[in-house]
Design a protein around this ligand. Structure first.
Ligand SMILES: Nc1ncnc2c1ncn2[C@@H]1O[C@H](COP(=O)(O)OP(=O)(O)OP(=O)(O)O)[C@@H](O)[C@H]1O
Length: 369
């Protein structure tokens, strides 16, 4: 039986759920092999990459050095060409574009870099104006647009300065303004905060979030820093050895990583270390009078609920807090707490049962005297 035909105009693009909307970027079985150079072997940098960047989202690709991140992002703006598969940008296959096709495509893609790539001989204003000059925009229009962009990135008072007179964070703000000059639909970020200190990193990430939310620009970023993913990415893809080993919504991936590499990345921001003085005394077998050490994970609304007092009330015993943290992942609360309770059978079983009834994940770490 044939499917019923879809009536043209029955669904407007605005009414489509995100999952059905055309992704801003789609990789289909993409591979990249760098050709052998004299005396060297060919390098397979990427293989079998299937990845969709939903329109309007921020997707972060994380991986260690050499995993293939730079190659992946360079394929999206045509600085490298895929050797296998296809890349679609807003539905258009860019894999077969000619150089002149790429020139007009690149106007729809902005890019920012780890080392900013500003022209040192041009003022802030002239750096931001450059893509507009290349596109042949009239001078009066350029002036108005550059002023708007500098106001957006918080540098309205720096337009006549030169890059050497700016801090790293200010240079990246100029990079962002320049990348937005041609009204791109997609912004690519290549380790954009790796050269910045943590506080400046946070302010640049907040600006990127604002650009995404207020201008509706899709962002694909690559990084080796998990806090960047935690802070602003809606989705995360983990890349290793040229392959995507895990991909999903940031909160889901962080709270239940499936691949060992993902688990190693996320434990640095979600886990609570067992304090040294405790770790050296931990045993797997309980002895009479011992305490049981548990790691409790709080997700979503549980992270801010008074669960420890509720737990004590249910089981009628004291719960000692040993270490903990409450944080936000992609804007959602997440907490992890190390506690100790009596190891004796009825009490410890009651605690584990009560934690389950409260909807909390508990992991037994060991026993201490
Ligand atoms: N132009 C090139 N010619 C040959 N091999 C290359 C080239 N560029 C990258 N490679 C190789 O491809 C693999 C992936 O490199 P890529 O730079 O994409 O990784 P990365 O994750 O961005 O690493 P890093 O964070 O260190 O930049 C590596 O083995 C690298 O040596």
């Amino acid at each position: 039986m044939m499917n019923a035909p879809v009536r043209p105009g029955a669904l407007s693009a605005g009414a489509l759920p995100i999952a059905l909307a055309e992704p801003a970027i789609r990789f289909e079985k993409v591979g990249k092999t760098y050709a052998a150079r004299s005396g060297q072997q060919a390098v397979s940098a990427l293989a079998g990459i299937d990845l969709s960047v939903p329109t309007g989202s921020i997707l972060g690709v994380i991986g260690r050095s050499g995993a293939g991140k730079s190659t992946l992002i360079r394929l999206v703006n045509g600085l490298e060409r895929a050797t296998d598969g296809r890349i679609l940008i807003h539905g258009e296959d860019v894999t077969k574009l000619t150089e002149s096709g790429w020139r007009s495509q690149r106007r729809r893609i902005g890019m920012i870099f780890q080392h900013f790539n500003l022209l040192s001989s041009r003022t802030v204003f002239d750096n931001v104006a450059l893509p507009l000059e290349i596109a042949g925009t009239p001078r009066a229009e350029i002036a108005a647009k550059v002023e708007r962009l500098l106001a957006l990135v918080g540098l309205a008072d720096k337009s006549e300065r030169y890059p050497a007179e700016l801090s790293g964070g200010q240079k990246q703000r100029v990079g962002i303004a320049r990348a937005l000059a041609t009204d791109p639909k997609v912004l690519l970020c290549d380790e954009a905060t790796s050269a910045l200190d943590p506080e400046t990193t946070r302010s640049i990430l907040a600006l990127l979030r604002q650009v995404n939310r207020e201008l509706g620009i899709t962002i694909l970023l690559i990084t080796h820093e998990i806090p960047v993913i935690k802070e602003i990415c809606d989705r995360v893809a983990v890349i290793e050895g040229g392959r995507i080993v895990e991909e999903g919504e940031t909160f889901a991936v962080f709270t239940a990583p499936q691949h060992p590499t993902t688990a190693r990345f996320v434990e640095t921001v979600t886990g609570v270390e067992v304090p040294e003085h405790l770790a050296s005394r931990l045993r797997t077998e309980a002895r009479p009078g011992d305490s049981l050490v548990l790691r409790i994970t709080f997700i979503g609304e549980n992270a801010t609920a008074p669960v420890i007092s509720r737990l004590s009330a249910i089981v009628g015993i004291d719960v000692n807090i040993l270490a903990g943290r409450i944080d936000a992942i992609a804007g959602q609360p997440f907490g992890s707490l190390l506690v100790s309770v009596p190891s004796r059978a009825p009490e410890s079983e009651a605690v584990l049962g009560a934690l389950k009834s409260l909807g909390l994940k508990a992991e037994v770490i060991g026993h201490v005297s």
